[in-house]
Design a protein around this ligand. Structure first.
Ligand code: MG
Length: 301
């Protein structure tokens, strides 16, 4: 096996991907305090909110206010999710450093999730990319259902590679190979990355993994052995299904950092500081967060 990378960038997505999935709307004060605590933990990239329609996603209705009120720590890249040109314009006005937009590798998921075919969604993506890059704003290309689809089942690595190549051609800085439904297994990581990296340089590939079936750490390890150096995660393991209390969603930042540091891989992140930020948030939400690292160290930290 090739040697593990010596350093990894952790992209914190809890304030967006996590809090967007909360059943109850979280107050702006709580969000800003959470983001500021994460900024102070050594995380260098944080997805703070989404500029989406408040009609569809009321949890993110305060996106501009969150951006205006959060501390701006030097060296931290603050990004926001934008689905289209209107969202991009709002994100630019709010002064974000980077935007993320999303597509799916599975045709059925794309149609059910955003009511567009993959190619229709790519046309919108291209418009967002064109305008963002003309402003010097880097774009993350988030690509979901790379390891399986809730409607179609298996997704061919070639399908993931096709959309990844299209995103790269549009000028995205990074393609995020995402398992938002949490079905990926370690044996899939290599074949999917083999297909994707035929076009996309490995240094521009990130992995976004969920722990729904307990496979996230094993998948991270497979990604590390492949040479991936950018991983998404959410503090506290936020982003579980709001209707299944305690269910695991996004890979928890505490568990990712614990794994990486245990392997001697540098992250620049203070595990204690992230755990403390998650504990404060859990207190505000009034429930324990899914992260097992957090639960196991409760009262001992
Ligand atoms: Mg996610």
């Amino acid at each position: 096996m090739p040697p593990l990378p010596s350093a990894v960038t952790v992209v914190e997505v809890g304030p967006r991907d996590g809090l967007q999935n909360e059943a109850d709307v979280v107050t702006t004060d709580t969000k800003v305090a959470f983001i500021d605590a994460l900024s102070a933990s050594g995380l260098s990239r944080i997805e703070v909110t989404a500029f989406v329609s408040p009609r569809w996603v009321p949890q993110m209705a305060d996106a501009a206010e969150v951006c205006a009120r959060r501390a701006r720590r030097p060296g931290v890249v603050y990004s926001a999710l934008v689905p289209n040109r209107a969202g991009l314009d709002r994100a630019v006005a709010a002064g974000v450093d980077e935007v993320a937009s999303f597509a799916a590798a599975s045709e059925s998921f794309s149609r059910k999730n955003i009511n567009q075919s993959i190619d229709e969604s790519l046309a919108h993506y291209a418009e967002v990319c064109r305008h963002a890059t003309s402003l010097g704003l880097p774009v993350r290309g988030d690509l979901s259902t790379c390891f399986g689809c809730p409607y179609e089942g298996a997704v061919a690595p070639a399908a993931v590679a096709r959309v990844s190549a299209a995103l790269l051609a549009m000028g995205v800085r990074e393609v995020v190979i995402s398992d938002a439904i949490g079905v990926a297994q370690p044996g899939q990581i290599g074949p999917v990355l083999d297909a994707v990296t035929r076009t996309v340089p490995l240094s521009q590939v990130a992995l976004h993994l969920h722990d729904t079936r307990g496979m996230a750490a094993a998948n991270v390890l497979a990604g590390l052995h492949y040479g991936v150096t950018t991983f998404d995660s959410a503090a506290g393991g936020l982003g579980g299904c709001p209707f299944a209390p305690g269910a695991s969603g996004n890979l928890a930042t505490e568990e990712l950092v614990y794994l990486l540091h245990g392997l001697g891989i540098h992250t620049g992140v203070s595990l204690d500081a992230v755990a403390a930020a998650s504990r404060v948030l859990g207190g505000a939400l009034g429930r324990p967060l899914p992260s097992r690292y957090l639960r196991d160290t409760e009262g001992r930290a």
